[in-house]
Design a protein around this ligand. Structure first.
Ligand code: ADP
Ligand code: MG
Length: 587
């Protein structure tokens, strides 16, 4: 690496400055980036108490020249650029020369480093920005830095920190992304001595995907790539199986830098639209390699946002690459030409339905009385009993069912009015009110799953679960922790029937994760009930006359039959007069 120099004011003033040390996660990110810039092939990260007590990063990179070790901690000291022009052709992660001095000013930092030309290394210790000592030190080639008692002298920052679990979850997340982008480097992350991430340097990114996620993920991704004059786009997209209720498993890297980009996310998701269920977010890892002149990384001090000079080209190239890969993978997986595709897809849907039925048989709850509960409209008998028992008034007139339209809407009449009822929205609302009342009265009845659902969670999801353990219990889920960040779901609320438990659980977790901490438990209950009931109601179903009557009856007795839990209408009414106006019988 070059020797370290201090940028002159003129240059440093042109660099987007600002706080790079917002929380433990930012320290970890900056330090790992330094190790990457130093061409390390092994990087170990150890944290305690969410990083606030201590963060230690050890690498086997090129190290710092002994005479530069103090300079490294001066503001605007960097070995990566010497003038502002260099920023436009930058290929290192850092260049501001701000991280080390900022970190050292709010912690007790010890930095040890040795280069190959020297037999010994140097160690420097800084407390709250003041030099404690510099001394010779026997150490391996490379660098190790410990950051202790972060923010000890900035109480305002301390208050801003989340729980150690949440802070370590954020750290795990950034290490995940950096490890994905640098598959040629081995990463190890330890939280309180517990190993959370291990990757092995490999030329094949699939190996890294497998180490970070799991075998199933690495087997369900499709490779893609596309090149144009100014950029290359490549990476992996997940099959429908890997789609989730949040964008957690989406990573975008530009010149290996992990960034957030609405433009690229939208391009990928749009390409997925014709292939994937809505309401779920696809898994993807997208790399864009582009001439540095075509982007501006100097927009934001943490460099997590960048500007593209030509957004249209970027959007189109990403969209085309992903769309083509999805189309090809469909064709390949059925080994047919495109014109035969439709019938094959229909056939596949049939196969899947058969398979699904088999799975449902296997997963049938032990108590056969509950077999159909909530999934079909048949067994809601107990519902009206409950509502009538609560003394709810009847909210709808006596309706006579005329029939069903489009397997989706019930047509009914009452005196001079025509009723259209959205059967799914209605069903969802009936379940919702019942479930909500059960939760409120602490009377949720659960059913045992014959085959428990076992799930291996990522660190962040697991810690969100642990934080909300009681909430799951009181809403009728019996969940056990089962080894390392793995849970077993044994019981689910009866009212939900046989939900797709994996996706339901992740949806709930994702929602909880993004809720503020100051919310009351009732708000969380409401959210869980909304998500769960949505999951319990399935798509188009032909209904028998009796089922329709039953559904309308149930609907009549709930507190608010007119809106679904999301606030959309469940019922549309039209009077004879309105109809006659439409037919121009009257004015
Ligand atoms: P920047 O990365 O923007 O240059 P930093 O404050 O993060 O600024 O680091 C200052 C300098 O210290 C770097 O330019 C680099 O020369 C040196 N340095 C920091 N960390 C390491 C490391 N892990 N290995 C080798 N050199 C390092
Ligand atoms: Mg840096």
């Amino acid at each position: 690496m070059n020797r370290i120099n201090i940028l002159d004011d003129n240059t440093s003033n042109k660099i987007a400055a600002g706080e790079v040390v917002e929380r433990p996660f930012s320290v970890v990110k900056e330090l790992i980036e330094n190790s990457i810039d130093a061409q390390a092939t092994n990087i170990t990260i150890e944290i305690y108490e969410g990083g606030q007590q201590s963060i230690k990063i050890t690498d086997d990179g090129v190290g710092v020249h002994p005479d530069d070790i103090k300079t490294a901690f001066m503001p605007h000291a960097t070995s990566k650029i010497s003038s502002i022009e260099d920023v436009f052709t930058i290929n290192t992660m850092g260049f501001r020369g701000e991280a080390l001095p900022s970190i050292a000013s709010v912690s007790n930092t010890t930095f040890k480093s040795r280069t190959t030309e020297f037999e010994y290394g140097k160690e420097i210790s800084i407390l709250g920005g003041n030099l404690e000592y510099i001394k010779d030190s026997g150490c391996n080639v490379g660098t190790s830095i410990s950051v202790n008692n972060l923010f000890f002298n900035v109480p305002a920052r301390q208050k801003f920190l989340k729980s150690p679990q949440r802070e370590s979850a954020m750290i795990t997340d950034i290490v995940t992304r950096l490890a994905l982008a640098h598959n040629n480097i081995s990463f190890k992350l330890f939280n309180s001595d517990k190993n959370l991430i291990t990757t092995y340097a490999s030329e094949n990114m699939l190996d890294t995907i497998r180490s970070i996620y799991d075998k199933n993920t690495s087997e369900n991704v499709i490779n893609f790539e596309e090149h144009s004059d100014i950029l290359s786009v490549y990476g992996y997209i997940g099959t429908a199986e890997l789609s989730r209720g949040s964008r957690n498993n989406q990573s975008v890297f530009v010149n290996k830098r992990y960034i957030k980009s609405k433009l690229i996310t939208t391009a990928v998701e749009t390409a997925f639209k014709s292939f994937l269920m809505i309401n779920k977010f696809p898994f993807f890892i997208v790399f864009i390699d582009i001439y540095p002149e075509m982007i501006d990384v100097n927009v934001h001090p943490t460099k997590s946002e960048i500007k593209f000079k030509d957004e249209r080209v970027i959007f189109k190239t990403v969209f085309d690459a992903v769309h083509k890969a999805l189309r090809d993978s469909r064709i390949n997986s059925f080994k047919v030409e495109e014109d035969e595709l439709i019938s094959v897809i229909e056939k596949k849907a049939e196969d899947e339905k058969l398979l699904q039925e088999k799975i449902e048989l296997l997963e049938m709850p032990i108590d056969l009385n509950f077999k159909n509960n909530a999934i079909s409209y048949k067994p809601l008998q107990n519902v009206d009993a409950v509502f009538e028992g609560l003394g709810n008034e009847k909210k709808l007139p006596d309706l006579r069912v005329i029939g069903q339209f489009y397997n989706t809407y019930i047509i009914a009449e009452a005196k001079e009015e025509l009723y259209l009822i959205d059967q799914h929205a209605a069903h969802e609302k009936i379940l919702f009110e019942k479930y909500r009342d059960e939760i409120k009265n602490m009377q949720v009845s659960s059913q045992l799953l014959i085959i428990p659902t076992v799930m291996e969670l990522c660190h962040e999801d697991f810690s969100t679960y642990i934080e909300n353990k009681e909430l799951f219990k009181s809403t009728g889920f019996d969940i056990e922790v089962f080894g390392d960040e793995t849970i077993t779901i044994r019981e689910v609320p009866i009212i939900l029937g046989k939900p797709d438990m994996k996706n339901l659980f992740l949806d709930i977790i994702n929602n909880l994760k993004h809720m503020g901490t100051g919310l009351t438990v009732d708000v969380k209950y409401h959210k869980i009930a909304t998500i769960a009931c949505k999951a319990a109601v399935k798509g188009n179903d032909p209904l028998s006359q009796i089922e329709m009557v039953r559904l309308i009856n149930d609907l009549s007795y709930i507190e608010d039959p007119f809106n679904c839990p999301h606030g959309r209408p469940t019922i549309i009414k039209m009077s004879v007069t309105e109809l006659e106006k439409k037919f121009k019988r009257i004015q």
